[in-house]
Structure formats: structure tokens, C-alpha cells
Design a protein around this ligand. Structure first.
Ligand code: FNR
Length: 183
């Protein structure tokens, strides 16, 4: 079977390293895995008054695509040692219903940063949020890309061979976890 993955970058920036890392993941996915990209830009700020009138179409779209996906791949920047508000906001929207779509979902997290520490802190905060939502987290191998400026070329292609191997192994791990959970 094909493992359909919904890939979500936590950066809205045109030249984002994290979106570039997500595009590298699409290219490096193992056979039998397809990664679709979801754009968070149209998601509004969370407002419970708005939710009570019905989910905005962009949020409904996100919830549907999460539910339909066999697995999720988050590619997150680190902002002030945590997850960017854009990403947390989208998760908050998607989670706000009794049938929240993260329940029982296999999830992997990658990230890229300019610093030497990569996105270790953001990765672990995001992991905690998703564990609360009862997702099944891929524990390793982790993909924490530090010094991002030296690992992508001017067109945003991931050129660092060691990092490309980490991404491949990470996605193979996600495929294995997903198939195991499906029985
Ligand atoms: C950052 N950056 C950053 N980097 C990091 O490694 N740890 C951090 O805590 C932070 N904090 C932080 C806060 C804010 C508000 C911004 C805008 C940036 C730098 C960040 O890693 C860098 O801008 C990346 O390039 C952001 O990811 P994208 O947009 O390239 O995907």
C-alpha cells in the first residue's frame, strides 16, 4: 500500500529552510510513500467565537487532510526555544473538536535552524503537544538540521549528503511505524 503523508512546514517565509527541508523530504521519500504539502498561510488566528459559528474553510480543509492522511510530517523552525505561533495556532484549530484528527496518527518531526543546536527545543515542545493529542510519535532517528545556511544551495535544494541520509532514514522509520500501527 502507499503511505500518504501530509507534510506541514511551520514557516510562511518564501525562502524558508524548513519548507525547503519538507521539499527535500518529498524528493527523498522511500518507495511507497507520497508526501503532500499543506500551506498554513490561509489559517486565521484561533478564535473560539469564530469556531462556534463553524470552522473557516481553510481549517476544515486542514482537519480533513489530517484525517485522511496515513501519517503526518511536521517540519518546524524554532522560535525562542519553542514552536512558531503559526504552527501552534494551526494545531489548536485542528484539535478543537471531540473527533480531533491527531488521535492515533503516526507523526514525525524534522526541523532546520541557523544555530548549531538545530531545532532540538522546538522539536521537543511539539512532541509534547502531539503526545497530549494522542499521536504516535516517531522517536528516531531525529532530524535536527543546524547551520542550515551551509546545507542548502541558493535554490533551496538540500545539498548536504549526511543530512539527506538522515531525512531518508527518518522517512523510512515513519513508513515502518505507520505500517506497523495499521497492522
Ligand atoms: C528565531 N530563530 C531561532 N533559531 C534557533 O535555533 N532557536 C531559537 O530559539 C530561535 N528563535 C527565533 C525567534 C524568532 C521570532 C525568529 C524569527 C527566528 C532563527 C531561526 O532559526 C531562523 O530564522 C530560521 O531560518 C527560521 O526558519 P525558516 O523560516 O528558514 O524555515
Amino acid at each position: 500500500m502507499t503511505v500518504n503523508v501530509l507534510g506541514i512546514s511551520g514557516s510562511l517565509r518564501q525562502g524558508s529552510y524548513n519548507t525547503a527541508l519538507l521539499r527535500a523530504a518529498k524528493e527523498l521519500a522511500p518507495e511507497g510513500m507520497v508526501i503532500e504539502e499543506f500551506d498554513l498561510a490561509p489559517i486565521p488566528f484561533y478564535n473560539d467565537d469564530v469556531r462556534l459559528q463553524g470552522y473557516p474553510p481553510s481549517v476544515e480543509d486542514l482537519r480533513t487532510k489530517i484525517r485522511q492522511a496515513d501519517a503526518l510530517l511536521f517540519v518546524t523552525p524554532e522560535y525562542n526555544r519553542s514552536v512558531p505561533g503559526v504552527l501552534k495556532n494551526a494545531i489548536d484549530w485542528a484539535s478543537r473538536a471531540p473527533d480531533q484528527p491527531f488521535d492515533d496518527k503516526p507523526v514525525a518531526i524534522m526541523g532546520a535552524s541557523m544555530s548549531a543546536l538545530g531545532t532540538a527545543f522546538a522539536n521537543h515542545h511539539l512532541r509534547q503537544i502531539l503526545v497530549y493529542l494522542n499521536a504516535h510519535m516517531l522517536n528516531g532517528p531525529e532530524v535536527l538540521v543546524g547551520g542550515a545556511a551551509s546545507k542548502f544551495d541558493a535554490q533551496g535544494r538540500l545539498t548536504d549528503e549526511a543530512t539527506r541520509d538522515f531525512v531518508r532514514n527518518h522517512l523510512t522509520g515513519l513508513k515502518r511505524l505507520t505500517l506497523r500501527l495499521k497492522g
